[in-house]
Design a binder for this molecule. Structure first.
Ligand SMILES: O=C(O)CCC(=O)C(=O)O
Ligand SMILES: [Fe+2]
Length: 361
């Protein structure tokens, strides 16, 4: 018998405060999405309003060979336009990618009480957090997603405090992704005409976080979203998605009446890369932090595993002086990353509004 959530507060307490998540809600037997999950009309997603992104994946192994310049051109081209691209031959073993998806399913299949030990306030480590939606206390409609988030501090800490169902694979994934991200950032910064030594490049991705997202099958996918419209706040995000699909990117066009959403199709063995706000700011707007969102489906649960990379919290970020000089003006002010982050994680998803925090009008 499904519990009756006779007021919005009892639903909120069950899903958010008690740590049952959307998975717990579905397991309790609900057959329709509760009101609290129903998105306003303009945020609902219709598969028919979009097309599939047909850009071929970029072969990263060629970054070290005679086709280096060509591959750099492909990366830069994608960063200047859609802000999203897929990569293959990225150096991450395919078995690792499979193990990550399995580990995500294993973790989210645990009884709620085993996941709730990682809720904010009780988690044994402040850098490990299990939760649901994005900022539930600020959202009019909740997102149909549970997650576990693990900020990297040291191997010792990861092996001690990250959930044992996923710690080894998540750590390996984070390390190998970071290596790839460094190569991509190096290519992007190089093309801006900015000379940064190795330690400065490392500094741009000094903070790393791996998340596991779980989107349970949803009885009313037409009314909900898995993740609402947003851009990522960091420099570069690496994303492993499974075969279900549902990730959409907004194509930036001059005419707002002609906005198109492109689905990033699952490609076996590929990883999705996207540019975040930090790189848009550093490049003075040349590289596009991509607005994206995730659809829910009624058929199967979906998992995705992003690695977010960004400068450390105390770092100041602003457009590179070389780029400002070339452009003749700065489009963003200098901000301390911690302040940017507080604003980002203090508000519900709202497209690319997060960038307004640093924008100069
Ligand atoms: O699940 C996905 O495909 C994307 C998730 C996402 O955008 C995020 O976690 O920031
Ligand atoms: Fe995202």
């Amino acid at each position: 018998m499904a519990p009756s959530f006779n007021c919005s507060n009892s639903l909120y307490d069950f899903v958010v405060r008690d740590g049952n998540g959307v998975k717990g809600l579905i397991d309790s037997g609900v057959s329709e999405v509760p009101e609290r999950y129903i998105q306003p009309l303009q945020e609902r997603m219709n598969k028919k309003d979009s097309r599939t992104c047909d850009a071929p994946p970029i072969d990263l192994s060629k970054l070290n060979g005679s086709e280096h310049e060509k591959v750099v051109g492909e990366i830069v081209g994608a960063a200047e336009t859609l802000g999203f691209f897929q990569v293959v031959n990225h150096g991450l073993p395919l078995e690792l990618l499979e193990s990550l998806k399995d580990a995500a399913h294993t973790f989210f299949s645990l009884p709620p009480e085993n996941k709730a030990v990682y809720c904010t306030g009780v988690s044994p480590c402040p850098r490990v957090k299990y939760g649901t939606s994005f900022v539930p206390e600020k959202e009019r409609a909740l997102e149909w997603k549970d997650y576990i988030s693990m900020v990297y501090s040291s191997d010792e800490e990861a092996l001690q405090y990250w959930p044992h169902q996923c710690k080894e694979v998540a750590l390996e994934y984070l390390k190998l992704s970071t290596k790839m991200v460094k190569d991509i950032v190096e290519a992007l910064i190089g093309k801006l005409g900015v000379a940064l030594d190795d330690s400065k490049i490392e500094g741009l991705i000094g903070m790393k976080m791996v998340n596991m997202n779980y989107y349970p099958a949803c009885p009313n996918p037409e009314l909900t979203v898995g993740v609402g419209r947003h851009s990522d706040m960091g420099a570069i995000t690496v994303l492993l998605q499974d075969g279900i699909g549902g990730l959409y990117v907004k194509e930036e066009v001059n005419d707002p009446a002609n906005v198109e959403w492109l689905e990033i199709p699952p490609i076996p063995g590929a990883l999705v890369i996207n540019i975040g706000d930090t790189l848009q700011i550093l490049s003075n707007g040349k590289y596009k932090s991509a607005e994206h969102r995730v659809r829910t489906t009624s058929r199967q649960s979906r998992v995705s595993v992003p690695v977010f990379t960004m400068p450390i919290a105390t770092e100041r970020i602003g457009p590179f002086p070389e780029v400002v000089k070339k452009d003749g003006l700065a489009r963003y002010r200098e901000v301390v990353l911690q302040d940017y982050m507080n604003n980002f994680f203090g508000n519900a998803h709202a497209g690319k509004k997060s960038l307004d925090f640093a924008r100069i009008n």
